[in-house]
Design a protein around this ligand. Structure first.
Ligand code: 13P
Ligand code: SF4
Length: 296
C-alpha cells in the first residue's frame, strides 16, 4: 500500500502532511510530521498541487486558507477537533462587543469563521509570543481556556478567555502526574499547554507537541513522562530511540485524530476527495490573521 501511495503521490504532485498524533503507519507515510505551527508553515510554502492533510478539520482548513491554489484533502471525512467548535463566530462577536478595545487572538484550533473574526492566530507553540506582540492591553483569547490561562502567566495584559477546552488534555490530573513520578522517579514531566493550570503547576516543562520532541533530543534525561495525546509517543521514540517515554495517561486518545488510516490516505490520493474548501469571503479574512501570526 505504501508503494502505491508513493507512486500516486508523485503522479498527483501531492504532499502528505501528518500531525504528531496520527497513527504510526500514517506518520511513516508522510512527507512531514509536525505540530500545528510546522504544518501551517509547510502548507504555506509547499510546492505541490495537492495536500493530503492527515489531521483534523481546522488544520486542513488552515492549509486551504493559506494555499487557495492547492487542492487540500482531509482523508478521514469529518475528522474534527471538538474544542474548535466550542466557540462560534456569533459568540466571539458578542465577546468583541463587550470588550471593544481588546485584541482578538484565535488559537488555530478554531473554525475558519472564528479566525475571520480575529486579529491574529496562534498555536500552542507561539501563544505567549503572539500575545506579547500585541499593543492592546486587553486580549480576547478563544477558544481554549487552559491555553489562555497558560499565556496569562507570561504577560501583564488582561487575557479574557472563553470556556473551550480539549477533552483529551483537560482530563489529565495532578494525581496522575504524582503517580507517574512515583513509577518513574528519574523522568522529566512534559505537558501540553492545553492541560489544566493545576497540571501545568506540577510539570517540569510545557511544550507544543513538536516542542516536546525538540526538548527530548537536547535533554540529558533518559526518561520522560508525556502529558499529551498518546500518538506523540511514537514520534518521540522514533526521534529518540535510546530514550524512554511513558504516557501520563493511556486514556489520552483523540478519537478524531485516529480516524485517518493508510487505506484512507490511498483513497484520498486516488479520488482527491474529500476536498476541504473554505469560502473565499471567510478565507480572505482568516488568512490575514494566520499570516500575521506567521510573520512573527
Ligand atoms: P500542537 O500544535 O502542539 O501539535 O497541538 C495541536 C493539538 O491539537 C493539541 O491537542
Ligand atoms: Fe482537538 Fe484535543 Fe484532539 Fe487536539 S487533542 S485535535 S485539541 S480534541
Amino acid at each position: 500500500m505504501l508503494e502505491e501511495i508513493l507512486a500516486l503521490k508523485r503522479e498527483r504532485n501531492a504532499a502528505i502532511l501528518a500531525h504528531n498524533y496520527q497513527v504510526p503507519e500514517v506518520q511513516d507515510a508522510a512527507d512531514l510530521v509536525g505540530d500545528s505551527l510546522e504544518l501551517s508553515r509547510a502548507a504555506a510554502r509547499l510546492d505541490a498541487d495537492v495536500i493530503i492533510f492527515c489531521g483534523v478539520d481546522f488544520m486542513a482548513e488552515t492549509a486551504a486558507i493559506l494555499s487557495p491554489d492547492k487542492r487540500v484533502v482531509l482523508p478521514a471525512k469529518g475528522a474534527f477537533c471538538p474544542m474548535a467548535h466550542l466557540v462560534n463566530a456569533e459568540q466571539l462577536r458578542e465577546m468583541k462587543a463587550q470588550h471593544p478595545d481588546a485584541a482578538v487572538v484565535a488559537y488555530v484550533n478554531s473554525s475558519a469563521d472564528v479566525k475571520a473574526e480575529s486579529d491574529i492566530c496562534c498555536t500552542s507553540a507561539n501563544g505567549v509570543q503572539v500575545v506579547k506582540s500585541l499593543s492592546e492591553d486587553e486580549v480576547i483569547f478563544v477558544p481554549d481556556r487552559n491555553l489562555g490561562a497558560y499565556v496569562q502567566r507570561f504577560t501583564d495584559k488582561k487575557v479574557l478567555t472563553a470556556n473551550g477546552y480539549c477533552y483529551v488534555h483537560d482530563r489529565l490530573t495532578p494525581l496522575e502526574v504524582e503517580a507517574a513520578r512515583r513509577s518513574h522517579p528519574q523522568a522529566e514531566v512534559l505537558v501540553h499547554p492545553e492541560c489544566r493550570p493545576e497540571v501545568i503547576d506540577v510539570a517540569d516543562f510545557v511544550y507544543s507537541t513538536s516542542g516536546m520532541s525538540r526538548h527530548a533530543q537536547k535533554s540529558e534525561a533518559q526518561e520522560f513522562i508525556i502529558g499529551t495525546e498518546v500518538g506523540m509517543l511514537y514520534r518521540l521514540k522514533k526521534d529518540n530511540p535510546d530514550k524512554e517515554f511513558y504516557p501520563l495517561s493511556e486514556a489520552a486518545i483523540c478519537d478524531n485524530m485516529k480516524k485517518t488510516s493508510l487505506d484512507l490516505v490511498l483513497i484520498a490520493l486516488q479520488t482527491l476527495e474529500p476536498q476541504v474548501v473554505v469560502p473565499e469571503n471567510i478565507a480572505a479574512r482568516a488568512r490575514k490573521a494566520i499570516e500575521r501570526m506567521l510573520a512573527i
